[in-house]
Design a protein around this ligand. Structure first.
Ligand SMILES: [Zn+2]
Length: 203
């Protein structure tokens, strides 16, 4: 029966068309319309936490949001053979932990990517030259370090490095380090409290 189906499809050379356009023809054979994540889907979900209107900080934040949109459009329009480029689903995976669209309408309506801006990294660490966006895929939050995103080229390189290096085991290692440092901090705080209580009762 499959052979008959194949012969039937081949009548108008449809098999060749199928082989050459697998992506476009997949929806003809899959129940339901499976849509890939595109830049529009991400941009519509962005919920930025902006600084006060009219301030220099807000101007910088608007510029970074524009860079982000241009970055997504740029990788979306890249030629398929350009293997060095990222894809929009890869960026979605990095931001949210999933590379596909939400299946349920209620999930799509609730989906938000919170965007925050860190204006003070140089105040906290005056001697450093670069830092990268902090992404929490669980809470779907990204924090951009504004000091290192002064033009589109800087933004492009910064995000490219973040997605490429942050979506593999490096991220697990980073999370593990953060978890370890958090638990270490809690342990030190608890020991300090214990010592102060002992000191209070012994003195
Ligand atoms: Zn920094």
């Amino acid at each position: 029966m499959l052979r008959q189906l194949r012969d039937g499809l081949d009548l108008y050379n449809f098999l060749t068309v199928l082989e050459k356009n697998q992506e476009h023809c997949r929806d003809l054979f899959v129940i339901g319309h499976v849509e890939k994540v595109d830049s529009h889907y991400i941009v519509l979900s962005v919920a930025p936490e902006m600084s006060e209107s009219g301030t220099l900080k807000q101007l910088k934040e608007k510029e970074i949001l524009n860079f982000f949109q241009d970055f997504l459009l740029d990788i979306e329009d890249a030629a398929p053979e350009d293997k060095g480029k990222l894809s929009v689903p890869e960026v979605m995976q990095w931001l949210t932990g999933q590379s596909h669209r939400h299946l349920l309408l209620s999930e799509r309506q609730r989906f938000r990517i919170v965007v925050r801006f860190d204006h003070n990294c140089l105040d906290r660490m005056p001697d450093h030259t670069i830092c990268y966006p902090i992404v929490s895929a669980c809470t779907k939050t990204i924090t951009f370090p504004t000091a290192h995103l002064n033009n589109f080229e800087e933004f492009q390189q910064n995000l490219f490095d973040s997605v490429r290096c942050g979506s593999g085991f490096y991220r697990i290692f980073l999370n593990y380090s953060l978890a370890f440092s958090s638990s270490l901090t809690i342990t030190i705080v608890m020991l300090t409290l214990l010592l102060s209580v002992l000191h209070h009762y012994c003195s």
